[in-house]
Every structure is written in C-alpha cells, then in structure tokens.
Ligand binder design. Structure first.
Ligand SMILES: O=C([O-])CC(=O)C(=O)O
Ligand SMILES: [Mg+2]
Length: 208
C-alpha cells in the first residue's frame, strides 16, 4: 500500500556556480553570515572524518527509523542534490548505509543529511559518500513508510525548503534559504576574509 500523499518534488535549484562559491567557505563563516541562525542541531555531524556536503536540499519526511522514503527519493532526486531527511531525531535505527551510498554514487547525489542515524560509516568513507547523521548504529531500518517527499521539513531545529542550500563540514550543517543565497555568499566571503586577516595578525605577533 502506498501511504504517502504529497509527492510534488519539483523545485528550482540554485546555480551550481553559487553552490561552488558557498562550498569553498567554512560552515562556521556561513553561520556567522546568517546572524548565527540556520545552524542545524550540533548533534548532527559527519559520520566519517573529512566528509563535506554542498548542494540543494531534496527534502524527505519519514516515520522515525524507516527508510522507504529514502529509496523513493533516490528515484526522483537529481545529480548534485543533498537528500535531507527529517527522521524525528531517531537514533535507534540506521536510515542508510553503504548500499544506499553506492546507489547514490551511481546517481551523482552530493550526500545525505539525516535527522536520524546511519550505519556502515567506515564503508561510506571508503566510497566517499558524504553522510551527516545524529548517530551511528548497526541496527537496520524499517521499510514500510509512511513518508513524504518534497515540501517543508524541520531538520535539526531548522526549517528547510526544497532547493535551500545545505553546507556541511567538520563543524556540522548550516542551511541557507535559497532566496538569500547570493547575499549570504557575499557576507560569508567577507567574514572569511576578515578572519583570515585576523588570524594572520595573531600568527605574526607570535614570539615577538
Ligand atoms: O539496510 C538498509 O536499508 C540500510 C543499509 O545498511 C544500507 O543501505 O547499506
Ligand atoms: Mg548496509
């Protein structure tokens, strides 16, 4: 039985050039540029060291611990998308692992941001599929739904609309509303330049 109702998954994706610009910046600088808002719950972190994501959000809401919606999302998401899953913050069941990771690589998916758990963390690192999650557990998911694709979700306490830009690095995840993305890129570049200069002065003063 199909248990989902809303399936309008069309949305406008921001320019790849703008995403590339934001991807070069630390999430911390972007967070500062959006008045320190838009930062997802700090418990949601990369499941392997060095994982980074940058791309437009393809949103999924799922029953906690159930990954039917992720399987469906893989049929509709486009290359470069970040699949962002509102999973109720559940830490007891992994929503994905290396098999979904391998499929995502075939499809050109940029990565996954899960308000839930993942597994097969080491294998995900080996294949280079970026996954951010609230927890890692060997426990597997249910696959029965219900789920919903598209539309607004709450992700780690932050509202996410399809097409918002998700940036994740070793500090965690920030969400950039799509209509603010150009202004945020400019402001975050200014923060980055300022901090680079301040850091250079601090280093120059060392040992003087
Ligand atoms: O069993 C699942 O659906 C999750 C998983 O471990 C994988 O994708 O490798
Ligand atoms: Mg697995």
């Amino acid at each position: 039985m199909t248990t989902h109702a809303l399936q309008d998954t069309s949305f406008t994706r921001p320019d790849q050039e703008l995403i590339n610009r934001l991807a070069k910046l630390p999430a911390a600088n972007i967070g500062d540029a959006v008045d320190r808002l838009g930062v997802a719950d700090s418990a949601i972190q990369a499941v392997w060291p060095g994982a980074k994501i940058a791309g437009p959000a393809f949103t999924v809401w799922t029953r906690p611990g159930d990954n039917q919606g992720i399987h469906e999302a893989l049929k509709l998401a486009q290359p470069g998308d970040v699949i962002v899953v509102a999973g109720g913050g559940d830490e007891s069941r992994a929503l994905l692992g290396e098999l979904i990771g391998e499929r995502a690589i075939n499809l050109g998916i940029a990565g996954f941001a899960l308000d839930g758990a993942a597994r097969d963390a080491e294998a995900l690192g080996e294949i280079g599929m970026p996954v951010f999650a609230r927890a890692v557990t060997p426990a597997g998911p249910y696959k029965n739904g219900p789920h919903r694709l598209g539309g607004p979700i709450a992700f780690g306490g932050v509202p996410v609309l399809p097409g918002d830009i998700i940036i994740g690095d070793s500090d965690g995840i920030v969400v950039i509303p799509s209509e603010q993305a150009t202004a945020v890129a400019e402001a975050a570049e200014a923060v980055f330049a300022d901090e680079t200069n301040r850091r250079a002065s601090i280093i120059a003063a060392r040992g003087q």
